[in-house]
Design a protein around this ligand. Structure first.
Ligand SMILES: [Ca+2]
Length: 283
């Protein structure tokens, strides 16, 4: 009371009152500033909504990017077919050989040597047909026109098993036999028309040997040794040739002639039947 009383002078009271007013105004300002700060914090708390909107927008952009249609790749260019290579020219050596010459006549000495060269060591064969059918030809005797080894009885028979038997029986067994054969014209071609030679001969051991030779041409280079023929030996005069139809091409009909050659005979001395022209045989 003394302080207040001491300050109770009018001027001093005014100063103290002014100071109290200033303090009151300062406190009010501080309170107001605190309210503004709370409002600012609340405003920022409302912002998450706008943040979400931005995220959505970003997602839409991403989706648009991933669904973009890729540029169509151009179809590959079709590979061009390789050019066809030209066929190689055939070698000159592949050209077919010229057909054998069919003009002229057979050299029977060469045919006999050719037959012997192919049948060396081959056992004689005897074909055994059972019955003659359908054709059997029994010719009349060939009255002697040869002074030696004259063919007496002769015929050609085809058996049911397809085996042919040609008989060129001579009237004597001397002189020694060189060879006996028949020549056959079975179709187109052949040396002078002769396609097959069936030939038989005696060996030094008096064993018969025979062979079927194909003669498509007159040149020996065209000949073929087909297979052995039967030339059985019964005695020196009976000459018989057996051969299979398959070895001569199984012809249904053919022309033929038979020959017997004695040692030392050549040319017209070799007996032949028929005396003129071929014999025609029809199965
Ligand atoms: Ca012929």
């Amino acid at each position: 009371m003394r302080v207040w009383s001491s300050l109770a002078a009018p001027r001093q009271r005014t100063i103290v009152a002014f100071g109290v007013v200033i303090l009151l105004v300062g406190a009010a300002v501080v309170i107001t500033s605190s309210d503004d700060g709370e409002q600012a914090v609340q405003t920022e708390a409302d912002d998450p909504t706008s943040t979400t909107d931005e995220s959505t927008t970003t997602s839409d952009v991403t989706t648009t990017t991933t669904t973009e249609v890729p540029t169509t790749t151009a179809a590959p260019t079709t590979t061009a077919a390789p050019a066809t290579a030209a066929p190689p020219s055939p070698p000159t050596s592949a050209a077919p050989p010229p057909p054998p010459s069919t003009s002229g006549s057979l050299d029977m000495a060469k045919v006999l040597a050719f037959a012997k060269s192919g049948s060396g060591g081959t056992a004689p064969q005897t074909f055994t047909g059972a019955n003659t059918c359908p054709a059997f030809t029994n010719r009349a005797s060939d009255a002697g026109d040869d002074s030696a080894r004259d063919i007496g009885d002769w015929y050609l028979t085809r058996y049911c098993d397809g085996v042919y038997r040609a008989v060129l029986s001579t009237t004597a067994e001397t002189p020694a036999l060189q060879a006996a054969w028949i020549r056959m014209d079975t179709g187109a071609g052949g040396c002078g028309g002769v396609d097959r030679i069936v030939i038989g001969w005696h060996t030094p051991e008096v064993q018969g040997r025979g062979a079927v030779i194909a003669t498509p041409g007159c040149d020996q280079a065209s000949w073929d040794w087909v297979e052995p023929a039967g030339f059985p030996v019964f005695n020196g005069a009976w000459l018989q040739l057996d051969f299979r139809g398959s070895a001569v091409g199984n012809p249904g009909a053919f022309d033929w002639r038979g020959y017997v050659q004695g040692a030392g005979e050549s040319g017209s001395a070799i007996d032949v039947v028929p005396n003129s022209g071929p014999e025609h045989f029809v199965v």
